[in-house]
Design a protein around this ligand. Structure first.
Ligand SMILES: [Zn+2]
Ligand SMILES: [Zn+2]
Length: 134
């Protein structure tokens, strides 16, 4: 039951409390930071904030955000741009996937999407180009 463990953050000896691998002191700090981050994300204009924006705004530890996402304390379906990094390439992952599209084998599909986007941009460029020469 109450396994003695080393706190994941300060390494002091503590007793495991539920799923948490933090001592009481670090858990308190963790909760406080989580509140700061959630307060930021709950603002309407910040719903689509990226990890970088959250880091800049709250000065929280990047790894902690990933912990909260893994623990379900930050729900990706609520905040679509808060994702875990792909373990292979570090690309931001969307809800429920463990590898980014380029690493998970749907590489070709990804390429086609890129082509499509490039195609669209290409058309736009051409349109502007012709307009300028009229
Ligand atoms: Zn600790
Ligand atoms: Zn990847």
């Amino acid at each position: 039951m109450n396994n003695p463990i080393n706190c994941e953050r300060c390494f002091s000896l503590t007793v495991q409390n539920g799923k948490s691998k933090l001592c009481q002191k670090c858990q308190k700090i963790d909760n406080a930071w989580l509140e700061i981050v959630l307060d930021y994300l709950r603002k309407r204009e910040n719903r689509t904030a990226t990890i970088v924006q959250v880091l800049n705004a709250t000065l929280v530890n990047e790894e902690w955000i990933y912990d909260w996402v893994r623990q379900g304390k930050i729900l990706q379906r609520h905040f679509p741009n808060i994702g875990l990094p792909c373990p292979k390439c570090g690309e931001n992952l969307t809800d429920g996937v463990s590898l980014c599209p380029s690493c998970s084998g749907s590489f070709v599909k990804g390429l086609e999407e890129v082509k499509e986007i490039e195609g669209l941009q290409g058309d736009k460029h051409t349109a502007t180009y012709f307009k300028r020469n009229e």
